[in-house]
Design a protein around this ligand. Structure first.
Ligand SMILES: NC(=O)c1ccc[n+]([C@@H]2O[C@H](COP(=O)([O-])OP(=O)(O)OC[C@H]3O[C@@H](n4cnc5c(N)ncnc54)[C@H](O)[C@@H]3O)[C@@H](O)[C@H]2O)c1
Length: 330
């Protein structure tokens, strides 16, 4: 059994803790969070120990690995402490909002041969993973274009926006990772536009609510990412991959496949799954299981801190492109 402590008992910590508890090869040894109101009920529900000190949780002898789901500005110190003690880590995205700090952390992890996986959950979504498999199987020939539409159901609260690092580092980062993964080549240029169509006050945070990014690889492969913080019809998550001999499309998921014909509407379907916790339930579970499998089988981590650095670098380029109005070389 791999002893795991989950750090952070907020939105994402709750998901990870439940998934650790459900994994037959892992034991949820503790959940740590300085806020008792967050950690106590969760630990009680999952039958594990609640702790207030994340560093102390990392240091426990019965902890082999930690899952970091604390606020972004705490990731690097927790990550490096765990690696120093030889503990494996599943770290939430982004590593940090600062590029240099993320680079240094990744270099330190690599220097110490740390076992660190970066939590890019969408790669573990079964529908998107099927696209990667179809590309690998040669079903659409060489990839030419990847088109990702990724829109949230509604604006996050101002308290979140303030510390999020902006739409590109907070939201687009998932799509940038998926684009790298499906393109199969590293982007070399980034062009982006950003608008404030929902909330003009985002200007004070140098942030945007609506954005488009275009990536191009050295051989000329292209990716186009559409983001918006508000889609009135729900959480919109679609991908198209166009290749030399065909195309792959993954549409939004619904609670069931039911379609309804009435006098009011034909072929009506249920609303989209509401937000990331519902839409990516299976992906979070598969991500955690992949982390545990990599540890128990002693195989490569499926995603790495380097993936985290590369996605953040693309986000930085997007920010620069919006500011300058130019294509930015990665
Ligand atoms: N992969 C994904 O889909 C995804 C989704 C949501 C959030 N995230 C990432 O997960 C992280 C947490 O986000 P969230 O939405 O769960 O936040 P949250 O605010 O819901 O939860 C954070 C938790 O950390 C605790 N905390 C606060 N300060 C702390 C400290 N100094 N040390 C330890 N714990 C502290 C809080 O009490 C809270 O319970 C962020 O880095 C975010 O980017 C990833």
């Amino acid at each position: 059994m791999i002893g795991i402590a989950v750090l952070g008992a907020g939105r994402i910590g709750k998901i990870h803790a439940a998934n650790v508890a459900a994994n037959p090869k892992a034991k949820l040894v503790a959940i740590a969070d300085p806020f008792a109101d967050a950690v106590n009920p969760l630990a009680e529900r999952l039958g594990t120990e609640a702790m207030s000190d994340c560093m102390a949780a990392i240091e426990r002898p019965d902890v082999d690995a930690v899952v970091i789901g604390t606020p972004t500005d705490t990731h690097v110190s927790l990550l490096l402490h765990a690696v120093k003690l030889g503990k494996a880590v599943l770290c939430e995205k982004p590593i940090d909002l600062d590029m240099a700090k993320s680079e240094e952390a990744a270099a330190e992890v690599e220097r110490q041969n740390g076992r660190v996986m970066l939590a890019f959950n969408r790669r573990f979504d079964s529908t998107f993973a099927e696209m990667r498999k179809a590309i690998d199987a040669g079903r659409i020939g060489d990839v030419r274009q990847v088109i990702i539409s990724s829109r949230d159901p509604g604006m996050p609260p101002e308290s979140y926006v303030k510390t999020s690092g902006g739409i590109f580092r907070d939201m687009t980062i998932h799509d940038l990772d998926i684009a790298r993964w499906l393109l199969g080549e590293e982007p070399v240029t980034v062009t982006a536009v950003g608008s404030r169509l929902i909330d003009p006050s985002l200007r004070q945070y140098d942030d945007y609510d609506t954005a488009m990014v275009i990536l191009q690889t050295a051989s000329g492969r292209q990716a186009h990412i559409n983001n918006c913080r508000e889609a009135v019809y729900g959480y919109d998550q679609r991908i198209e991959v166009f290749g030399a001999t065909g195309m792959l499309v993954q549409d939004n998921l619904r609670p069931t496949t039911m379609r309804v014909w009435t006098a009011e509407a034909t072929d009506a379907r249920e609303p989209l799954l509401n937000f990331f916790l519902e839409r990516y339930t299976q992906a979070y579970r598969a991500e955690l299981d992949a982390f545990v499998d990599a540890l128990s089988d002693d195989t490569e981590m499926p995603t790495t801190v380097r993936d985290g650095v590369k996605a953040l670098r693309l986000a930085e380029c997007a920010v620069e492109s919006v500011r300058t109005g130019r294509a930015v070389t990665v």
